[in-house]
Design a protein around this ligand. Structure first.
Ligand code: IMP
Ligand code: MG
Length: 466
């Protein structure tokens, strides 16, 4: 591997989403070949009727080219839509016959592809986003990463709301949100004027469960205060005498903290969040995690962060925090950690985790000399934008825990909550160094870039639901 390749790979590959890049590359074909306003298309001889007035001619010509481009883009989205349906079918067959293990054509083309829990109506979604973003009218800027991300988001919302309307079948039941950058700006809180509060209330009015699945980790009933502060604007509304929600709907608000470690639920008597004891909701596979192994992972990562901090001369400007289930490095008041250093540290911690989770001959305790497998324990390392954290647990477990906890009474008509009936909205979907990415294993997802995009996608969702 040449060093240039290594740099490209290490710094860029994890930031790319292979599926989005692949769709983008397909769309580049029609853009390059047909979106050129200068070229005259002899397929449309009627355009020759207005050649004297070149202004009108060009405008008409542009419309024709946009229409032609739209048709070609649509064909691509139809093909991708079909490939996704085929992948869902192959996955279902594999689930029933694990020994078959066949690979769909799409998965051959995009090996890092995850699971699709619903089909995606990409052609319909493209037409909506084309209207908003004028994708096929653009002559100089080809369909971008963000165009494709938005089309996938809209298609996911449309798929979920379609199934929602057919109550006999699967329908949307649980919507979970990441906290920072998704519900509120990084480090901020919800206040009564936050645009998203009104939308969250609307979701609760529709009898949906609303969860916040955040990395921010504060245990016990005392931790509830911290989450209460972040969600202040919403909880104040609950406690307002004019609140239009039923008591039962208010209790459909939950918070999962530290990825998958602490659960809280709004409680009408307490008029705030109540800490739920882990006995009531912890998944069996998590219950079986060995505490010594967890301590070993946390100590190793702590030492690794101490080493990185020294290497980058960050001793004065940063603090390393060790909590019950997480270790992080944060900037001290008045300092900032450079983006490149955050990136280096998160990649370095991920590499370290890969090595220790794979198992090593070194003992994690003096008495334990055998090959140690820590792979059963899920750990997540991510760059929070101004800090780096390594948390025990991940959002796949966080979302799954909510799905199962809410269905303890399996007789309820609402149960079970499947992955196809659960949506997670977040900002961190890069494949490495991001924590919402893991939620893809447990739910359908929408990838937003800021809280304003969350509001926009919720407006679409509520619009379609109603
Ligand atoms: P999220 O975007 O809601 O998942 O929150 C991520 C942010 O929570 C991080 O960037 C940190 O600033 C903050 N945070 C506070 N405590 C913890 C913790 O224990 N683990 C990870 N992040 C934490
Ligand atoms: Mg976030």
């Amino acid at each position: 591997m040449t060093s240039r390749y290594r740099v490209e790979y290490a710094l860029k590959s994890h930031r790319r989403d292979e599926f989005i890049e692949w769709i983008k590359a397909l769309l580049a074909g029609p853009f390059v070949l047909h979106a050129d306003i200068e070229s005259f298309d002899s397929e449309f001889p009627e355009l020759y009727d207005i050649p004297e007035d070149s202004d009108i001619y060009l405008k008409e010509h542009e419309k024709v080219i946009a229409k032609d481009c739209q048709r070609r883009y649509l064909e691509i989205f139809k093909d991708v839509e079909n490939l996704i349906e085929h992948t869902i079918l192959i996955d279902e067959i594999n689930d029933k016959n694990p020994e078959r293990n066949s690979t769909s054509r799409l998965r051959n083309l995009v090996p890092s592809l995850g699971r699709f829990f619903t089909p995606l109506p990409l052609t319909e979604a493209f037409l909506i986003e084309d209207e908003r973003r004028a994708i096929s009218k653009r002559r100089l800027v080809s369909p971008s990463f963000n165009d494709v991300r938005m089309i996938l988001n809209t298609a996911q919302i449309m798929a979920l709301t379609k199934i929602y309307k057919d109550k006999a079948k699967a329908h949307l039941k649980l919507i979970t949100f990441d906290g920072d950058v998704t519900l509120y700006e990084d480090g901020q809180s919800l206040n009564e004027n936050s645009a998203v509060v009104k939308r969250l209330i609307n979701l609760l009015k529709l009898d949906l469960f609303v969860g916040v699945v955040t990395a921010a980790g504060y245990p016990n009933q005392s931790g509830a205060e911290k989450y209460h502060e972040r969600l202040q604007g919403l909880i104040d509304y609950f406690n307002n005498p004019n609140c239009s929600l039923k008591d039962s709907q208010k209790e459909n608000l939950l918070v999962m903290g530290a990825e998958s470690n602490y659960l809280f639920r709004y409680n009408n008597e307490m008029k705030g969040l109540k800490f739920i004891n882990s006995d009531e909701w912890l998944l069996p596979q998590v219950k079986s995690w060995d505490n010594d192994k967890i301590t070993y992972i946390m100590d190793t990562i702590y030492q690794h962060l101490v080493h990185l901090r020294m290497k980058f001369n960050l001793e004065q400007s940063t603090t390393i925090i060790k909590k019950e289930r997480s270790v992080g490095i944060i900037p001290n008041e008045g300092y900032k950690i450079l983006r490149e250093q955050l990136e280096e540290m998160v990649l370095s911690c991920s590499n370290k985790l890969n090595i220790i989770l794979r198992g090593s001959r070194k003992s994690y305790s003096d008495s334990h000399e055998a090959l140690i497998q820590l792979r059963d324990i899920k750990v997540c390392a991510f760059n929070g934008g101004s800090d780096v954290w390594v948390d025990i647990g991940d959002k796949a477990l966080g979302v799954e825990s909510l799905q199962k906890y809410l269905c303890q009474d399996s007789n309820s008509e609402f149960c079970p909550i499947t992955k196809a009936e659960s949506l997670h909205i977040g900002d961190q979907f890069a494949s490495l160094g991001a924590n919402d990415f893991k939620a893809r294993l447990s739910a359908c997802t929408v990838w937003i870039a800021n809280p304003a995009e969350t509001v926009a996608i919720l407006d679409d969702l509520i619009n379609y639901l109603e």
